[in-house]
Write a protein that binds this ligand. Structure first.
Ligand code: SF4
Ligand code: SF4
Length: 228
């Protein structure tokens, strides 16, 4: 049981709530009685659904983080960002080349980057966001794809960008370009796809769709786990 002196006060959209010390923003919101139906996903820091902006007591800065990972502090003001509205251009990957021309054509706003580094500072994944944008400006698709690999598309970088660049969408395109044109051939993947197409796993898949949940759980926990 949590005692009163183990509580902190947070403000959600201006309304005060007492919540346990050490709570994440997400658990604090639920403790305060909010039923989260949007802005919540995996709860483990992987899906990027729970971007939140907040201001801490006595600090003039607006900060951002994932609600499932960020711990509350006394006097914190917060607001959730259910999603980041963004204009998403469509493109045909077969009509692009893995170089700066693709960036110019699909995401010309990337060249508005003023190198302020605000995006890197807010990224909850500690990704060097500005560096991948700068790599795109140089046409270095492989480097931009590599640096942005851990992006979870939370949208916080785009929200703070003074040049109004949607970094994570541009990063998705460069990773697709990398996969389509620059990644080394993967013969093992080709042979596995061929096996699937030839129906090698059809019986196993049919089997899995018909067994009971209990049997499915038993098989899951008894599966062979490769450690190397
Ligand atoms: S790069 Fe942007 S969208 Fe991706 S995880 Fe970082 S802040 Fe979120
Ligand atoms: S916030 Fe925008 S302008 Fe600033 S470094 Fe990042 S991409 Fe460039």
């Amino acid at each position: 049981m949590t005692s009163q002196n183990e509580m902190v006060t947070i403000f959600v959209m201006g309304e005060a709530f007492k919540v346990p010390v050490g709570s994440t923003i997400m658990t604090a919101l639920e403790y305060a009685g909010f039923q989260l139906t949007t802005g919540v996903g995996c709860r483990e820091g992987f899906c990027g659904a729970c971007g939140t902006v907040y201001r801490e007591k006595g600090d003039y800065r607006i900060r951002g983080g994932l609600a499932c990972q960020t711990v509350v502090s006394d006097g914190m003001y917060l607001a959730q960002v259910p999603f980041m509205p963004a204009e998403k251009p469509s493109y045909d990957i077969e009509e692009l080349t893995p170089d700066v021309e693709a960036i110019k054509k699909v995401y010309p706003e990337v060249f508005r980057c003023v190198a302020c580094n605000t995006c890197t500072k807010i990224c909850p994944q500690d990704i060097q966001v500005m560096d991948y944008i700068q790599s795109m400006m140089r046409g270095d698709i492989a480097k931009a794809a590599d640096i942005s690999f851990d992006c979870i598309r939370c949208g916080l970088c785009a929200m703070r960008c003074p040049a109004e660049i949607v970094q994570y969408d541009a990063a998705s395109m460069v990773r697709r370009l990398y996969g389509r044109y620059l990644a080394k051939p993967t013969p093992h993947l080709d042979s596995r796809v061929k096996e699937i197409e030839e129906g090698r796993f059809d019986k196993d898949l049919d089997d899995l769709q018909t067994i009971s949940s209990e049997d499915l759980k038993k098989r899951y926990y008894a599966r062979e786990i490769k450690t190397k």
